[in-house]
Design a protein around this ligand. Structure first.
Ligand SMILES: Cc1cc2nc3c(=O)[nH]c(=O)nc-3n(C[C@H](O)[C@H](O)[C@H](O)COP(=O)(O)O)c2cc1C
Length: 340
């Protein structure tokens, strides 16, 4: 009788993993017992085809990637408490297998902005893919094309959007991190629009700054290694970020602080010539108006009307109706404290 090779064992386990019997077996320990022989280190897969789930890739990535890049990928905000809570939260979901039900034809399609996708699986924007593989976003785009998945490209991509679109076979969605200067944000959006991207995904998580402890710890120990490829701080070095390093800085434009609605109000009042003594409109900003829900909050004087949910669209209404037209926007106004 022929002995079972490691490859055969792995195949068998893959088969079992896909079977309804899987829940009766202790697959992780079975896999651990046999996987030592497929690679030098126990539990590490030697080939892509050997992977039983995505976590098999994670274990290999950890051994192969530079420490800094690994830390960046696996890092969460602060001390990683949210990642842990999410993982723990997902443990509470269970898949209930429905036996004797015909599941040969299932429809998981979703329609987003008028386009229907066969599955709800999409690829998140995840910074620069060449940090992890020389083919970077092009390989990701080809994979997305092969399975017809929606792909979102990060502002911090290491491949230009035009090339990614060509590899994907259609324009991808583009994730936007606003730039410190408005003129640069505009230029970036115009380029993405010209490339045909049908949707812009505005990420706000960095606007208030971000502390990443694991990453900072690893970075402290790897300064020299980083200097081999990066100019200065790898976090601010945009040498390999083609969507960002191509941006021009317009002479005289001032860096904006990271509060887009406020900057919008400032720009619009200036455009409408409403600012200062000539325009008759003064702005002042304070960090907290002691209203902790439905912010950002805005108060317009002299009528002392307090407005909630001041995003850009509402800010425009507030400019047009009370500031220009002298009418209170009733559906946004939640308090009136006119000047005496
Ligand atoms: C390595 C890494 C890089 C990321 N880069 C970006 C990015 O450039 N832009 C962005 O909007 N989100 C970025 N994210 C957030 C992801 O798009 C996603 O929202 C987040 O990872 C949560 O999804 P998950 O639980 O499936 O990981 C990044 C996440 C990771 C892990």
């Amino acid at each position: 009788m022929r002995t079972m090779t490691n490859q055969h064992r792995r195949r068998l386990l893959q088969l079992l993993a896909a079977s309804p019997l899987a829940s009766l077996l202790d697959l992780p320990s079975l896999i651990a017992q046999q996987s030592g022989s497929t690679s030098a280190t126990p539990d590490l897969i030697a080939n892509v085809g050997d992977a039983l789930n995505v976590f098999d890739f994670e274990a290999v990535a950890r051994t192969k990637l530079p420490a800094w890049h690994w830390a960046w990928m696996s890092n969460g905000a602060e001390d990683g408490a949210t990642i842990r809570a999410n993982r723990e939260g997902f443990e509470h979901y269970q898949l209930r297998a429905r036996r004797l039900v015909d599941v040969s034809k299932t429809d998981m399609s979703v329609t987003l902005f008028g386009k229907t996708w066969e599955t709800p699986i999409f690829l998140c924007p995840v910074s620069g893919h060449r940090m992890y593989n020389p083919q970077g976003e092009l390989a990701t785009a080809r994979a997305a094309k092969a399975k017809n998945h929606l792909q979102m490209l990060s502002t911090m991509t290491t491949t230009p959007v035009e090339e990614v679109n060509a590899a994907r076979g259609e324009p991808v969605w583009f994730q936007l991190y606003t730039r410190p200067e408005w003129s640069q944000t505009r230029e970036l959006v115009k380029r993405v629009e010209a490339a045909g991207c049908p949707a812009l995904v505005f990420t706000v998580d960095l606007l208030g700054g971000r502390n990443t402890e694991l990453f900072s710890r690893v970075q402290q120990r790897n300064q020299q290694q980083c200097a081999a490829c990066h100019k200065g701080n790898p976090l601010t070095d945009v040498t390999n970020r083609p969507m960002v390093n191509a941006l021009r800085s317009s002479p005289g434009s001032k860096p904006e602080i990271a509060t887009p609605t406020w900057e919008y109000i400032k720009r619009r009042l200036k455009e409408l010539k409403l600012s200062g003594p000539q325009g008759g409109c003064y702005r002042t900003k304070c960090g907290c108006l002691r209203i902790c829900t439905r912010g950002p909050i805005c108060v317009v004087y002299p009528e002392g009307a307090w407005y909630r949910d001041v995003n850009e669209a509402n800010a425009e209404r507030i400019i047009q109706e009370p500031v220009v037209g002298g009418r209170v926007v009733d559906d946004l106004c939640f308090a009136r404290n006119p000047l005496p």
